[in-house]
Design a protein around this ligand. Structure first.
Ligand code: SF4
Ligand code: SF4
Length: 423
């Protein structure tokens, strides 16, 4: 049952007053310091500077580079510095990434650039409400120390799976105290699964300034059933989430934008000269609700290729190539919609497992894949699957779930320890 918001000494109205709709005081520098540059039109929704387009993050004052950095893990310091030189001004990280080392590296890089670079990090709600407010504040303060800064541009709840957590009085109280102390500017939530049911009430509640959500070229209904010949996803789950975000002034940062990877054996599906990563980025950025995509760019070549997509429209050749690629690989890419979960009689963490497999296969992030897989209880891994087939019957995208679950178990469980009998 949903719990009422009861924060001792803090009303919901008080909290809203301190949200993005109001100026934030305390030790946080406000105004032009946060603008792209002094004299910038603070009402503009988009700006072009150098080779980068900057978009306003919802109703906030932040103008973020539309192609930004993911910090799981972040690139090396030299690549990171090059990204900044090329116009990137936003990075997404978490207290949990690389055991805190992601925040430490970012802290070293942004030192001395704090007023022109935006950092979003996340804290975790592990369940149970005892000591929650203090625990969350301690975690945020740990992030501040590792990032070598005295404020965070955005603090998010990491991987929110239940909207009630975002509205709980202890969580709101933690955000409120951090804002009052000038330690955070804006608040957000990240969501890896079932965004319709998780994010819709969160956005309607009005307390959060932005969301970070999986959105990519696979997000629409199957292409041939999409509302447009280009496979646009409006009308389907994630499309509705993004439309609501735009209506409510909630900023959207898209993640998992490179889902599906880049398979060499499918290179012939791409028209001559088409870059698959660029096509994927442009497809996401077509949606006006999206302020930025975050993507891992580990090398100078990746930086050069990805950032060249900024400010450019998706061409017909790119769209056609992308459509062919998505059709060829779509049954291997989980959209993280969460629809299959309710029908599984064994409680298998299907989207979580398939997400781990994507980290490994699509992004080449073995460490992240195994570490994330390790957090899944053994009984919820493929070991507990009875192969009843219910999940595949309910998946609207026809994902080959059984095959993917078994593959994940084979690839990820050995080193991770998850699911090993009696271990
Ligand atoms: S096949 Fe396995 S994962 Fe799918 S619904 Fe049945 S038990 Fe759950
Ligand atoms: S397997 Fe299918 S139904 Fe389940 S979360 Fe992924 S896309 Fe949705």
């Amino acid at each position: 049952m949903k719990r009422a918001l009861r924060i001792p000494g803090i009303t919901r109205r008080d909290f809203l007053k301190t949200s993005a709709l109001a100026a934030i005081g305390g030790r946080i520098p406000v105004g032009p310091l946060f603008a792209l540059e002094r004299g910038t039109d603070r009402t503009a929704d988009r700006l072009r500077k150098g080779g980068m387009t900057y978009r306003r993050l919802g109703r906030t004052e932040l103008m973020v580079s539309e192609i930004s950095l993911g910090g799981s893990p972040p690139p090396s310091e030299t690549v990171f510095l090059k990204a900044i030189e090329m116009g990137v001004n936003y990075v997404d990280t978490s207290s949990s990434y690389s055991g805190g080392n992601s925040e430490r590296l970012i802290g070293r890089v942004i030192k001395g650039r704090r007023n022109t670079f935006h950092v979003a990090t996340k804290f975790h709600f592990y369940g149970g409400w005892r000591d929650t407010r203090d625990a969350l504040i301690r975690e945020a303060e740990g992030s501040l120390r590792r990032l070598q800064t005295d404020y965070l541009d955005i603090l998010l709840i990491h991987n929110l799976s239940d909207a009630r957590v975002a509205e709980h009085e202890e969580v709101l109280a933690a955000f409120e105290q951090l804002k009052r102390q000038g330690k955070i500017r804006y608040t957000g939530v990240s969501c890896h699964q079932d965004p319709v049911n998780v994010l819709t009430p969160v956005m309607k509640g009005g307390q959060y300034d932005m969301i970070t959500v999986a959105y990519n070229a696979y997000s629409g209904t199957p292409w041939e059933e999409g509302s447009g010949s280009d496979g646009s996803p409006e009308g389907y789950g994630i499309g509705k989430v993004l439309a609501l975000a735009k209506e409510r002034g909630v900023g959207v940062v898209a993640m998992k934008t490179m889902a599906g990877g880049q398979r060499e054996d499918l290179a012939a599906l791409l028209a001559e000269g088409v870059s698959l990563p660029q096509a994927k980025l442009k497809w996401v950025l077509r949606n006006d609700a999206v302020s930025a995509v975050i993507t891992e760019m580990d090398t100078f070549d990746m930086l050069k290729e990805n950032l060249a997509a900024s400010g450019k429209p998706l061409t017909i050749a790119e769209n056609r190539s992308l459509k062919r690629y998505v059709e060829a690989t779509g049954r291997d890419v989980c959209r993280l919609c969460g629809i299959c979960v309710a029908g599984c009689p064994s409680g298998i963490a299907i989207p979580d497992i398939l997400r781990c497999l994507q980290y490994e296969r699509d992004y080449g992030k073995s460490g992240l894949a195994r570490n994330t897989y390790r957090t899944i209880p053994a009984s919820a891994t493929a070991r507990g699957c009875t192969r009843c087939g219910q999940c595949e019957r309910s998946c609207p995208f026809g994902v080959r779930i059984g095959l993917r679950l078994r593959r994940a178990d084979r690839i990820l469980s050995w080193n991770a320890g998850a699911g090993r009998p009696d271990s």
